[in-house]
Design a protein around this ligand. Structure first.
Ligand code: B12
Ligand code: SF4
Length: 488
């Protein structure tokens, strides 16, 4: 669905003297290992979920004589694993923007080091993606990053620990430039691949004022002003553009911000609701969220100001009870969300939750095929447990079944049709139904459908629905599109 940004950024960071990089996104097609020649450099990017496949690719590429370099969030957290299981010659920890040409030069001169500590690159050194390398007609959404890092500290999330709590906000010109280029190529849907589009809250500003911290106040105001400047520039782009981002629900406090988002055609945002009870929010260190009626009101505020919400909820928290599931779907319906996802609590490495869980299980962790579940990413995909942490009152099967029931209820045709009223025309309503069904098909894999026959049937369905959906996303290319004013 969405262009995987890192591939096109690393291509952008590749000096032209090496020729044109070949890009493979395995969500589209498998990497053609027979194309690898001795002397090639194969860069493999992994997150935790696809690390095992990445190791397979690395091993095969090395066997064919390539130099293999790993990077991405999972390689950053477990560089040794990439060496041991992925046959890496080198691993890059952190951002690849600046270090990639250094790695390539070292590989070419035979001076490659096993580990590169690339760290966090400043925003003015983020490299632009090379969108001219996009395969034609394969993606629905382009992806452009406007800010990296998040000031919060949610227990299930690794972003604040790996990308840092200091927002690294990319310059407005650089962002606008890439978006214009994507629109020229016919992309009118753009995912802003940000951790948190609202990095400065009114509470942050008030706190800096109270503390009479002039330097911090100035810094926060500058970041906030730059957000508005960016949205002003996006508002100057063709009116058929649709942006989607990720944001905390705190943004509902700031209706001027929401109005600017609407003006900028940021029509949708993923909001991490996570839990609808105070105990649940405490479980995930997210006490800046609301519960109950205040939560419904906050989420509706987005809608009132023209920003549609994809609410993200987590099930399997220690404080969850059987009643939590129905309470969650009720809130999701009443809060007028456009879409929702209900994910199972998964201990991702690099998070506070993971560390506590790994420590708790210690050497007694259960195993699947000889692999302890604390290394769940090394278990073949179709054998991975769906629920990892033992729950105080519910069995894993109960959590799965109840989660599935929530997906089923939220995405029942009746509910979708009611929600589709948020769109202006009958055609748009039908498109909304199709997209809702596609979304459900792609992401509701937490339920009973765990055997491979059912999973592949679900995938076939998703591909079938994706075909007509893709047509809805494509726009007429605008090769002559001029840049937004300040970008000219
Ligand atoms: C946008 C995004 C998405 C989009 C992805 C769209 C797409 N096709 O790319 C959507 C919404 C679909 C998504 C889904 C999911 N995501 Co996501 N996502 C992100 C987000 C916010 C930004 C990713 C991005 O594009 N960054 C911009 C690029 C340029 O940065 P980058 O990928 O980090 O790459 C840089 C470096 O890592 C390095 N690098 C990367 N690869 C390589 C390779 C080599 C060889 C080298 C040298 C360097 C290198 O260099 C790059 C440039 O600096 C990240 C958070 C984050 N800050 O990274 C989470 C993140 C990657 N997602 C995460 C998760 C958990 C998921 C889901 C599993 C969520 C869910 N429960 O469904 C799914 C998985 C989907 C899937 N099957 O892949 C986690 C991953 C944690 C982990 N340990 O794996 C992250 C880190 C967020 C978090 N909460 O912790 N995601
Ligand atoms: S607000 Fe979102 S990005 Fe920030 S730490 Fe929490 S889950 Fe991660």
């Amino acid at each position: 669905m969405i262009t995987p940004r890192w591939l096109f950024v690393l291509a952008g960071a590749t000096p032209t003297s090496y020729g044109v990089p070949r890009i493979t996104d395995e969500t589209l097609e498998p990497f053609d290992i027979s194309s690898v020649q001795p002397g090639d450099i194969v860069g493999v990017g992994i997150h935790t979920g696809n690390a095992l496949r990445g190791y397979e690719v690395g091993t095969l590429a090395r066997q064919r004589g390539a130099t293999v370099v790993f990077g991405g969030i999972h390689a950053t957290l477990y560089p040794d694993e990439a060496h041991q299981l992925g046959a890496a010659h080198a691993v890059v920890k952190g951002d690849g923007d600046v270090v990639w040409p250094i790695v390539l030069a070292a590989a070419a001169h035979g001076t490659l080091k096993p580990l590169y500590e690339a760290g966090r690159v400043d925003a003015d050194r983020f490299v632009a993606a090379r969108w001219e390398l996009l395969p034609h007609g394969r993606y629905m959404w382009g992806s452009v990053q406007t800010v990296r890092g998040c000031p919060k500290h949610c227990s299930f999330c690794s972003v604040w620990r790996t990308d840092g709590q200091k927002p690294r906000q990319r310059g407005v010109d650089a962002v606008a430039h890439e978006i214009v280029e994507l629109r020229r190529r016919g992309f009118r849907f753009i995912a802003l691949a940000d951790d948190n589009f609202y990095p400065v809250t009114l509470a942050d500003l008030a706190m800096a004022e109270r503390q009479r911290n002039a330097a911090r106040l100035e810094q926060l105001r500058a970041l906030r002003a730059e957000r508005f400047e960016l949205m002003d520039r996006l508002a100057q782009l063709p009116s058929d553009m649709v942006f989607f981002t990720q944001i905390t629900m705190e943004a509902a406090e700031d209706t001027a911000f929401l109005d600017a988002m609407r003006q900028a055609n940021i029509k949708g945002a993923l909001v991490g609701v996570e839990a609808v009870t105070p105990e649940g929010l405490k479980d995930v260190y997210k006490n800046f969220n609301d519960v109950g009626e205040a939560l419904v009101a906050r989420l509706r505020t987005f809608r009132r100001h023209g920003v549609h919400v994809l609410g993200s909820f987590i099930f399997g928290l220690p404080s969850d009870r059987p009643s939590t599931f129905q309470a969650t779907v009720d809130i999701a319906n009443r809060a007028e969300l456009a879409f929702a996802q209900f994910v199972m609590l998964t201990p991702y490495p690099g998070t506070v939750d993971f560390e506590a869980w790994e420590k708790r299980l210690g050497p007694d962790a259960a195993e699947v095929g000889g692999v302890p579940i604390t290394r769940h990413w090394l278990i073949p995909q179709n054998q991975r447990p769906k629920v990892y942490a033992a729950h105080p009152v519910m069995s894993a099967d109960e959590i799965r079944a109840r989660t599935q029931a929530v997906w089923d209820e939220f995405y029942s045709l009746r509910r979708i049709w009611t929600r589709s009223r948020c769109t202006p025309t009958l055609r748009a309503r039908l498109a909304f139904v199709l997209i809702s069904k596609l979304y459900r098909q792609m992401y509701a894999n937490t339920g009973i459908a765990t055997d491979s026959a059912r999973v592949s049937r679900a995938n076939r369905w998703a591909r079938l629905i994706a075909k007509p959906c893709r047509r809805l996303f494509v726009a007429r290319p605008l090769p002559g599109l001029t840049r937004t004013t300040a970008d000219a």
